[in-house]
Design a protein around this ligand. Sequence first.
Ligand code: COA
Ligand code: AMP
Length: 637
Amino acid sequence: MSSRYHEVYEDWSKDPEAFWAAAAQDVVWTKPWDKVFDADAGVYGRWFVGAQCNTAYNCLDRHVFAGRAGQPALIYDSPVTDTKKTYSYAELTEEVATLAAVLQRHGVAKGDRVIIYMAMIPEAVMAMLACARIGAIHSVVFGGFAARELATRIDDAKPKMILSCSCGIEPGRVVSYKPLLDQAIEMSSHKPSACLVFQRPMETASLIEGRDFDWAEQTASARAAGEKADCVSVAATDPLYVLYTSGTTGQPKGVVRDNGGHMVALKWSMNAVYGMKPGEVYWAASDVGWVVGHSYIVYAPLLHGCTTILFEGKPVGTPDAGTFWRVISEHKVAALFTAPTAFRAIKKDDPEGAFIGKYDLKHFRTLFLAGERADPDTVQWAERMLGVPVLDHWWQTETGWAIAANPVGLGTMPVRYGSPTVAMPGYDVQVLDEAHRQVDAGKMGSICVKLPLPPGCLPTLWGNDQRFVDSYLTEFPGYYATADAGYKDADGYLYIMARTDDIINVAGHRLSTGGMEEVLASHPDVAECAVIGIADPMKGQIPAGFIVLKSGVNRPVADIEREVVQLVRERIGPVAALKLVVTVGRLPKTRSGKILRRTMRSIADGEDYRAPATIDDPAILDEIAAALKDHGVAKGN
Ligand code: COA
Ligand code: AMP
């Protein structure tokens, strides 16, 4: 079948408002919009202004009324706890309405923020939807972040309530969430009025009288009293959630997502981008703490009437590299969305794909990859092993859905390895040079999206329009700067090659090296530091820290390096994955004092490099290479 992509993209570009108004017919509104797009509202305009709606209603109740009451909405599959549980649409609706009533008991109302700091358990999904049901704004914090990161988010979001659980399970260890939550609340200036804690069987958290409440007790009592919260109608432009993501400093950015545009874009994407039909099973193997989890574990599959899988495990070691195939086969998954790193991990453990043959994958149609660059080797390996299309797509926390993809529902386009394919309708993607001019096909530049952004993308940062403008809209006036660099080929295929800021991508996790540098610099023996992302065959990139000690420090450097590693783990969390810290006599700098991070990265990655003409002292580059070699970075030369 030839792709209808060009025709549909053309339809959109001729009349974006008509395009999105047509897509919006698939959403149930409690009041229609006054304007599809109001260019005068918000920072760069707002979608579906004047409309009223409820996201949880569209995810749950409407399907119950439309005959999906008995269909599985959520399948929880947890190899790390040996648990499986299925919730039908009717059951999930009932759980969410009850939990929402508990939140209301605690005074949570429309517009209040609720932080969710939870493991990958069904209650985390219920928590998100319960907030959506009553118009509260959730902010999910990934479980791999430490107390200080959580505290920063508490202070920014100022939640009325925090929902948490006693623990998470990482291979080989139980991660106690409650002590981290307690520490975070102690550190933050803002204090929530209540915490609701789900006690998992593996660990019982101690509760603080008067502040902490037991999840099971509270929901049981609401159920006994027949309390269920109704869906609260909110403005399409009201925030559904705030999701913090790494910025260029230790202060994360609170990406705001609205209700109306988000539903329209995600619902549209389920068929157009992923080729899914209502009633089918969709699996995003990510975490609810990331945007992929928000969009494609929770909201999009449920908006579309699909069954979604909540998987608590890893691609390997839980128990083996066949886990993904078992889940696909057992639950009849039609599409899997994960990060390339997961496939690199599987390929490493099972290079011949021996596990694949053990499972019946007849329902499986497409593998989608995103979150980091999909290297052609991994894509081709997956194609060979699975015999289905393996489609890369590119997006960001900020956009909430694909900027570029290979749109299965519109007819798949030919795959070009290394490219996430083409811009989706909604996005006028242009590659610009420093003078803000479009570069020729094949030439690298900054990848930008001409304003306005489509529905579903961030309208602003939480409580900080100015930071939104400064971070994204100022460098290229009239455009949203993605902070990715790359090029477009003559047929409009995009190639996303690198970040233009200090963000690195570690196992599909977005991290700020600037944030890590702030932690390194806080060690009492460290005078100066730099953190760079270096190539890693499995995780894509890993952070490497370089420290210069204060003069007079004569403790063993190995001890200091260990302490620095530990400090990052304590302050940012294990997910930062900083394991390599190298002590050097000085850092390579330009004569004006700018640290030459890119040159350091080339040295670490074993690439050819030329010392920039502005370098203060070229000899220092050999010292960096030698120090890396001492630390076992074999590529250092
Ligand atoms: N809670 C607490 N700790 C967590 C955590 C969580 N939710 N998630 C990860 N961590 C910890 C890990 O246990 C690990 O700790 P360690 O240093 O003690 O081993 C550390 O954070 C780093 O985690 P990760 O980068 O995920 O590495 P890993 O070696 O545990 O696993 C992969 C590697 C590739 C298997 C894993 O990253 C993966 O499955 N990735 C899939 C991609 C993905 O989900 N991307 C998200 C966006 S789509
Ligand atoms: P996050 O906000 O965590 O989703 O990370 C977004 C960033 O990850 C993007 O800006 C890119 O740098 C990178 N990224 C995501 N998907 C891809 C992809 N398919 N190819 C290349 N880079 C990607």
